[in-house]
Design a protein around this ligand. Structure first.
Ligand code: ZN
Length: 115
């Protein structure tokens, strides 16, 4: 499995560069010494998913931002009654334009490093 911009976990990790719980100071910061790249964000997202973090794409608000994410650590998700399973249906949707743009920029940077 590679980075999937339609997966809110991968996308939120890319967008925020790591995952911050919005209800407490917890962060999910997995192997900070690894080089940043799409594989890294994908691993953060999928590891957080496995550990019970809740990440949901939020409907766009009026204004210029076309994407935002709700991020909750397992403890807060439990406390607030949020279930990670609700995210599955979002995988069939279209990836937000902002995510595709960041994704393309990171890919371009990666190919420059590799060249
Ligand atoms: Zn929390």
């Amino acid at each position: 499995m590679a980075f999937d911009p339609r997966d809110p976990y991968d996308a939120a990790a890319l967008y925020d560069m790591w995952l911050n719980c919005q209800a407490c100071p917890a962060t999910f910061d997995f192997e900070p010494e690894r080089p940043l790249g799409l594989d890294y964000y994908h691993d953060i997202g999928q590891r957080a998913k496995t550990e019970g973090w809740v990440v949901r794409e939020q409907p766009p608000e009026e204004g210029d931002q076309d994407v935002s994410y709700l991020v909750c650590c397992p403890q807060c998700a439990n406390r607030l009654g949020l279930s990670p399973t609700h995210t599955h249906h979002q995988r069939h949707g279209r990836a937000p334009g902002t995510i595709m743009d960041i994704c393309a920029a990171v890919r371009a940077a990666e190919s420059e490093i590799a060249a």
